[in-house]
Design a protein around this ligand. Structure first.
Ligand code: TYM
Length: 333
């Protein structure tokens, strides 16, 4: 089976609905046909300078949400990035193959560093996408399922892989393809349907947190900002609010958008919102119950991650040794 890899940063107590709809539903769908590696990007989370106890708790909470969302440790390899030292090791080699200007063009880096200023911006934030390239290239991943916001990082990964291949041998790395499903790749903030739903605007009423009170989620859906007019149609350019609700609806019910639009023909926005609020609540209640079960048994969670890391390390070490050899590092005897 061809390999895939993806990850999420444990930077909050809860993932949000954009992470679930945009990424996790794809991860679940792909775990049977691919040899899938899903990691907790805890090293990446260090770029927000988290409180140590909070980072540890959030890493377990994110793992519990992976499992609650349907990732199966018997079918996919689930692990914490920091448990596999080869990620940081390969990252250094790749950093030496990445242009300073090339890394500086990453829009996420430009946005975040502009907010933090030059003294508040760490070198880690700058090299973040290089570590991400290492995550992917270590496993010879052919496909990387992500949301739209990761497209540019994937493009950088491909460029680094191609550069290394042309310098050190064409079979050094598998050049990965992004797996981005258009209708769900960018779920928008419910209060501001032209901005993506995001972890960092945590104060926004427009974000639905998977572990938060389902009643709040229902309220957020019912009070979502919608568009002028009253016809329910999927038109992301002209009707971003309603289109966003239709994307969420379609993803959570596994129904094509066209079906839903047909069902609501002639009905008001309110009818769609009320129905979607119920759908979201019906998704969240069992999701939270499953997540709670895992959180009540941290030893079991740690055991799952230990198993995943053991397998990940074996594969990652093979790639790392290949790369060290190609670039001319002397093998230890
Ligand atoms: P992160 O933690 O920000 O997001 C996790 C995943 O959720 C997707 N996503 C969204 N999809 C649709 N709509 C949204 N509003 C939305 N918000 C987030 C993201 O695209 C992502 O797929 N750098 C990565 C983590 C990472 C990674 C990797 C991913 C580290 N190493 C290697 C892939 C491969 C990140 O910060 O994702």
């Amino acid at each position: 089976r061809p390999r895939i890899l993806s990850g999420m940063q444990p930077t909050q107590d809860s993932l949000h609905l954009g992470n679930y709809v945009g990424a996790m539903t794809q991860w679940v769908a792909l775990q049977d046909d691919y040899d899938a590696f899903y990691m907790l990007a805890d090293l990446h989370a260090l770029t927000v300078n988290p409180d140590p106890a909070a980072l540890r708790a959030r890493t377990r909470r994110t793992a519990a949400q992976y499992l609650a969302g349907g990732l199966d440790p018997n079918r996919a390899t689930l692990f914490a990035q920091s448990h596999v030292p080869q990620h940081a090791e390969l990252s250094w080699v790749l950093a030496c193959q990445t242009g300073y200007g090339e890394a500086g063009r990453m829009t996420q880096f430009k946005d975040k560093s502009a907010k933090r200023g030059s003294e508040g911006t760490t070198v880690g934030l700058f090299t973040y996408p290089v570590l991400m390239a290492a995550d992917i290239l270590l496993y010879d991943a052919a496909l990387v399922p992500v949301g739209e916001d990761q497209r540019q990082h994937l493009e950088l990964t491909r460029n680094i892989a191609e550069r290394v291949n042309s310098r050190f041998g064409a079979d050094t790395f598998v050049v990965p393809e992004p797996h981005i499903v258009k209708s769900i790749a960018k779920i928008y903030d419910l209060q501001n349907p032209t901005a993506k739903m995001s972890k960092s605007v945590s104060a926004s009423k427009g974000t639905i947190w998977l572990l938060d009170d389902p009643k709040k989620a229902a309220k957020a859906i019912r009070s979502a900002v919608t568009d002028a007019g009253n016809e329910i149609a999927y038109d992301p350019a002209e009707k971003p609010g309603i289109s966003n609700l239709l994307s969420i609806y379609s993803s959570l019910t596994n129904r094509p958008i066209a079906d839903i639009v047909a069902e609501y023909e002639g009905k008001q926005y309110g009818a769609l919102k009320v129905a979607l609020a119920d759908i979201v609540v019906d998704f969240l209640i069992p999701f939270q119950a499953r997540a709670r079960e895992y959180l009540e048994d941290p030893a079991e969670l740690d055991r799952i991650l230990a198993n995943g890391a053991a397998r990940a390390r074996r594969i990652a070490q093979v790639t790392l040794e290949r790369v060290y050899d190609r670039v001319g590092l002397l093998a230890p005897v």
